[in-house]
Design a protein around this ligand. Structure first.
Ligand code: GDD
Ligand code: MN
Length: 355
């Protein structure tokens, strides 16, 4: 069995976890694949040292990327074992049920999950509010789940490798919810079983869940429902663009007042301000998985402004064309804006956020 362990700044946990996995899986042939996204606390260096002492330990280092689901997928795809398990590095998932998860899959089930919501499972010290949020989020996922599970939100499970490979081409790989992604992407209902465990309290390091988890969850749900027709990044890009229009108009009003009613200068300032706003928001949210920082942020902003300038020319050109030949002013206006925005989306995905 391969145990995939995603890590981001978990230096105080990995050694304890490995020891515990070794004890738990004494009867099972196993390897561990750590997938690290550029931890700065020495996690990958520590895993490297551990790997030199124990050939069952492997490490995938991803550079300049973030994402729990995509990290897990890459680790799983690096495995050649018939059974793949996934466990958090921070000791919140109880490794003592790993042998049960393994046995379920080795003896015929396609999927076995650790659950906090059935049998002996429990969420540990969660308060009522967090429980309510978690249950609400789980209920939102029901329509996209092909396999009914009591706890699709915890990324603690074992799966038959051939099943993972079947689902892999359809995975969204956005956000945190890799198990949910898997049961939504698999071609059919999977035979499954559940093993209860108690969600532990984090002892070392801190959670990486931040304000963007809700957004990432929404992205996963969107990708699984409308993703076939329209890319989720385009939806986010469009949403940022609409807020950008409000920023533009607000700036314009302020600058008009400040610059003694000179429209051209005020409009120029508002354009630059709105572009910067759009760039920063898209970098923070839409392209969070390949966020530009430091000098790359400045370079990105410049390339984004160039892209948007071309988009503005296309916008005016198409709009004028539609207006002069076919339609009323507002249809022409919308047509120009749509073409300009799609250009901005495609070209910035290509030139600004290049990976
Ligand atoms: N490679 C990689 N890249 N690993 C990551 C990243 C990332 O961007 N973000 C988090 N991780 C790793 C952490 O180092 C940890 O091992 C594991 O993923 C879970 O991250 P936490 O930050 O501890 O998340 P959590 O405890 O809040 O979330 C856990 O519980 C949720 C349910 O309450 C996870 O198991 C989630 O999958 C689960 O949904
Ligand atoms: Mn955790």
């Amino acid at each position: 069995m391969t145990v995939v362990i995603p890590t981001f700044n978990e230096v105080d946990n990995v050694e304890i976890l490995l020891d515990r996995i070794g004890l738990a899986l004494a009867e099972v042939e196993w390897e561990a694949i750590f997938v690290d996204d550029g931890s700065k606390d020495g996690t990958p260096e520590l895993v490297e040292r551990l790997a030199q002492q124990d050939r069952r330990v492997r490490l995938i280092r991803r550079i300049g990327r973030r994402g729990l689901s995509s990290a897990v997928v890459e680790g799983a795809l690096a495995s050649t074992a018939p059974v793949i398990a996934v466990i958090d590095a921070d000791l919140q998932h109880d490794e003592k049920i790993l042998p049960d998860l393994y046995r379920e899959v080795a003896s015929g089930k396609e999927l076995a999950i650790g659950t906090r919501y059935a049998g002996t499972g429990s969420t540990g010290d969660w308060d009522a509010n967090r429980l309510k949020i978690s249950r609400f989020a789980t209920s939102l996922a029901a329509p996209i789940m092909k396999t009914p599970l009591s706890d699709p939100m915890s990324g603690f499970f074992a799966i038959r490798r051939s099943v993972l490979l079947e689902a892999a081409p359809n995975l969204s790989s956005v956000g945190y919810k890799i198990l949910l992604d898997l049961v939504a992407s698999a071609p059919r209902e999977l035979s499954s079983s559940e093993v209860g465990y108690t969600f532990g309290t984090r002892q070392h390091g801190e959670s990486k869940l931040d304000q963007t988890v809700a957004l990432e969850y929404l992205e996963l749900l969107l990708d699984k429902t409308v993703g076939r027709f329209i890319p989720v990044k385009l939806i986010l890009f469009g949403a940022v663009g609409m807020i950008g229009v409000i920023v533009h108009l607000t700036l314009l009003k302020l600058l008009m007042a400040g610059l003694g009613e000179s429209f051209a200068w005020a409009q120029a300032g508002a354009v630059i301000g709105a572009m910067t706003f759009n760039f920063a928001m898209n970098n923070r949210f839409t392209y969070r998985d390949q966020q530009l920082k430091g000098a790359a942020w400045i370079k990105g902003l410049v390339s984004f402004m160039l892209v948007c300038s071309v988009g503005a020319v296309a916008n005016v050109g198409i709009g004028s064309l539609v207006y002069s030949h076919w339609a009323e002013w507002w249809i022409a206006g919308i047509a120009g804006a749509v073409v300009g925005s799609v250009w901005n989306y495609v070209a910035s995905g290509w030139l600004t956020w290049t990976r």
